[in-house]
Design a protein around this ligand. Structure first.
Ligand SMILES: O=C(O)CCC(=O)C(=O)O
Ligand SMILES: [Fe+2]
Length: 227
């Protein structure tokens, strides 16, 4: 074995990443992964349909290209899996932050989840044709979320309002006690189930060199849904 082999530790198995994301909701990778390995794991999940550079600036900067704090949210609903690869770290506020919505769903009754599923979130994607999306979808024991708190949620009635209040109280508790923080260093990656795990970020300096590559992935099993 050469010293180059040792540096790469064990080869990263895409299957392990896929299984861990399905069980735990996320997988954080070892250091020293190459961006090509990152891309090949993403490809093993399914169709990588959108790619973004999460760093400051750009001609028409999106929220993730601005220094302000970003509240916890899920990304576009078409992305079953979202993945980030760290190219440059920012020590001043640059850690990624996650909240697992699975325990919050477990605290809600079946009726509350059915009421919550009637809350609609506008689709603000640039390619959107204006439809909106259920805040949650229940299929058997599986609850999938789409939650973007700064958008104008449509709440059809009092029961849906009560369910939303209970859900948001759970999110507030998780923000106070259950944030999963990952201060990725260059070469580290994270894959998340975008319908279970929310992400957010503290404010970072406007001149930060922080740079993550983000991929959105539609799994091979999902068929043709949105986008
Ligand atoms: O800057 C981050 O850590 C995440 C930003 C974000 O919301 C995204 O990449 O979708
Ligand atoms: Fe995001």
């Amino acid at each position: 074995m050469t010293s180059a082999d040792v540096q790469h530790e064990q080869p990263l198995l895409a299957q392990e990443v896929i299984e861990t994301v399905s069980r735990e909701g996320y997988f954080r990778g070892p250091s020293k992964t190459t961006i090509d390995e990152f891309r090949s794991i993403a490809a093993a999940f399914g169709d990588v349909f959108y790619e973004a550079d999460v760093r400051m600036g750009g001609e028409r900067p999106r929220n993730y290209q601005l220094p302000s704090q970003i509240d916890f949210h899920t990304d576009h609903v078409s992305a079953e899996v979202a993945a980030w690869y760290c190219l440059e770290r920012e020590s001043d506020g640059g850690a990624m932050q996650f909240i697992d919505l699975a325990p919050i769903a477990e605290d809600l009754s079946r009726d509350e989840l059915a009421d919550l599923a009637r809350v609609r979130v506008p689709d603000n994607a640039v390619w959107s044709e204006g439809g909106d999306i259920a805040l949650c979808t229940v299929e058997g024991d599986q609850v999938s979320f789409h939650y973007v708190p700064w958008l104008d949620l449509k709440v059809p009635d009092d029961a849906a309002r009560r369910a939303l209040d209970r859900f948001e109280a759970g999110v507030r508790r998780a923000k106070a006690a259950d944030i999963i923080e990952m201060d990725l260093t260059p070469g580290e990656l994270v894959f998340v189930d975008n319908r279970r795990i929310m992400h957010g970020r503290a404010a970072i300096p406007a001149d930060s060199r922080r740079h993550l590559k983000r991929l959105w992935i539609r799994s091979d099993r999902s068929g043709d849904k949105v986008v």
